[in-house]
Design a protein around this ligand. Structure first.
Ligand SMILES: Cc1ncc(COP(=O)(O)O)c(C=O)c1O
Length: 410
C-alpha cells in the first residue's frame, strides 16, 4: 500500500517548494528538443537534419585519424573556451561562406547553438528586463528566453525579415519609460519559422538601432550555409563596428545534430561572461576533434552536397502544396534555403480539425502558436522538409494540403 502510494505522481512535486527562483520561472515550459515522432509517416514537425546525408564513413575515418594523432588529449578535459582548432575552423567557415572576419578568441564552443543562445541570455537577461524578439520566432529559443523571465516585446517579420520600424517603436517606448532593451534576438537567414532572409537595408538599420539605443543584438544563424539560391548577405556581426553583436552558429545542420556542437562569436572581452555559465572541462573535447578532422577536409564539398539534397526536398514539398492548395487562399513561403515552409492557412480553417485530419493522415507539423511569444499564431503552421526524402515530402505535402482544405469551417 505504502509502496503503491509512493508510486503515484503527485500533482505538486514534493521538491517544488525547494526549487530555485530561476527554475521556478521556467517551470512548466517545454524542455529540450523533441526527436522525430515514431508514429508519423510524414515527419514535418521538427528541424531534423536528413539522416541519409550524414557522412558516416567520413566520420569513422576522421575518428580513426584523430585518435591516432591525438587520442589521449581527446579523452581528457579540454580548454574551457573549446578546442582551439575547432574555433579556427569556425573562423575559416565564416571567411569562406560569408566573407566575415573573426579570430578563435572571439569563439566559445557550446553544446549546440541552443546551449550557446542560453549562455547569451544567461549573461545578459534578468527577470523583468526587456528583450525584443521576432514574432514568429524559433520556439526553442522562445522557451529559453521565457525561462530567464524577461518581458518579451514582439517585432513582426515580413519578406525582408524583422520589421525595423517596429523595433524602433519598441525601443523608443522603453526609453520613454526610462528603460533599456537588453538585447534584440533575430534569426537572419531563412528565418525559423517564417523563412525570409533579412535584407541588407534591414541589417544595417538593426545594427544602427542597437547603437542608437545602446543595446545588443543576438544574431542566430543556424542555416546560413544551406542557401539554395539568392545572394549571401553580410552578417550583422560583420556590419557592427561597436561590439554590439553576438552571433550564434552550429554544426547541427551541416554535419549532424548529434555532434551537439555550436558556438557564440562575440567581442573577445565578452567571452568570460558566457564562460561563467559553462561549468566543466570544455565542451566535448572528443567530438570537437572528430568534427574538426572531418570538416577540415570535407566542409565545402559536403555543404554543396547538402544544398542539393535540401533544395530537392523543398521543391518537392512546394510542388505538393501548390498542386492542391492553388486558389485556396493559403499563403505558402518560398524560402531560399534552410529547412522550413511556413503556411498561412486559408481563411476559415479550423486548426483543431486540421490537427485531427493530419493525425489521421499521419502527417506531423508544428502549429503556429508555438512560435509567438504573445499569442496570435493560430492561422499558421510550419512544415520542415529537411527530414523526409523528396518523394515523401511531395506525398505528405499533398495529404496535408487536402487536410487543410477539408478543415475549412462550412
Ligand atoms: C534558428 C535556430 N537556432 C538554433 C537552433 C538550435 O540548434 P542546435 O542546438 O542543434 O545547434 C535551431 C534548431 O532547430 C534553430 O532552428
Amino acid at each position: 500500500m505504502r509502496y503503491a502510494s509512493r508510486m503515484t505522481t503527485p500533482s505538486v512535486p514534493p521538491f517544488e517548494s525547494l526549487l530555485s527562483d530561476r527554475a521556478r520561472i521556467g517551470w512548466g515550459f517545454p524542455v529540450g528538443t523533441a526527436r522525430p515522432t515514431v508514429d508519423a509517416l510524414y515527419e514535418f514537425g521538427g528541424g531534423y537534419p536528413d539522416p541519409a546525408s550524414f557522412p558516416y564513413e567520413g566520420m569513422v575515418d576522421a575518428t580513426a585519424r584523430m585518435m591516432q594523432a591525438e587520442g589521449a588529449a581527446a579523452m581528457t578535459y579540454g580548454e574551457p573556451q573549446g578546442y582551439r582548432p575547432l574555433r579556427e575552423l569556425v573562423c575559416e567557415k565564416y571567411a569562406k561562406f560569408e566573407n566575415m572576419q573573426a579570430a578563435p578568441e572571439n569563439i566559445i564552443v557550446a553544446n549546440g547553438s541552443g546551449n550557446a543562445l542560453a549562455l547569451a541570455f544567461s549573461a545578459f537577461v534578468d527577470p523583468g528586463d526587456a528583450v525584443i524578439a521576432e514574432a514568429p520566432t524559433f520556439s526553442g529559443s522562445l522557451n529559453t528566453i521565457r525561462r530567464h523571465g524577461p518581458q518579451i516585446l514582439d517585432a513582426p517579420v515580413d519578406d525582408e525579415g524583422i520589421v525595423t520600424d517596429v523595433v524602433r517603436v519598441r525601443l523608443e517606448a522603453l526609453r520613454a519609460e526610462g528603460r533599456r532593451c537588453k538585447l534584440i534576438y533575430t534569426i537572419v537567414n531563412f528565418q525559423n519559422p517564417a523563412g525570409p532572409s533579412q535584407s541588407l537595408r534591414r541589417r544595417e538599420e538593426l545594427v544602427a538601432l542597437a547603437g542608437e539605443f545602446d543595446t545588443l543584438i543576438l544574431e542566430d544563424d543556424a542555416y546560413g550555409e544551406l542557401r539554395f539560391e539568392g545572394e549571401t548577405l553580410p552578417p550583422l556581426y560583420a556590419l557592427d563596428r561597436e561590439g554590439r553583436v553576438i552571433r550564434a552558429g552550429t554544426l547541427s545542420k551541416i554535419l549532424g545534430a548529434g555532434v551537439r556542437l555550436g558556438w557564440l562569436c562575440a567581442p573577445r572581452e565578452m567571452i568570460p561572461a558566457f564562460q561563467g555559465f559553462l561549468f566543466g572541462g570544455g565542451v566535448s573535447p572528443f567530438m570537437s576533434r572528430v568534427a574538426t578532422y572531418y570538416l577540415r577536409d570535407h566542409m565545402v564539398e559536403h555543404v554543396h552536397r547538402l544544398i542539393d539534397v535540401y533544395r530537392a526536398k523543398r521543391d518537392a514539398m512546394l510542388r505538393g502544396l501548390d498542386e492542391v492548395l492553388a486558389g485556396s487562399g493559403a499563403q505558402i513561403s518560398r524560402p531560399e534555403g534552410g529547412f522550413f515552409v511556413w503556411i498561412r492557412l486559408p481563411a476559415g480553417t479550423d486548426p483543431r480539425r486540421l490537427a485531427e485530419l493530419a493525425t489521421q493522415a499521419r502527417v506531423q507539423y508544428t502549429p503556429g502558436p508555438a512560435f509567438f511569444a504573445s499569442g496570435g499564431g493560430e492561422p499558421f503552421i510550419r512544415l520542415a522538409f529537411s527530414y523526409e526524402p523528396p518523394e515523401k515530402c511531395y506525398e505528405g505535402a499533398r495529404l496535408l494540403a487536402r487536410a487543410i482544405l477539408a478543415a475549412r469551417r462550412t
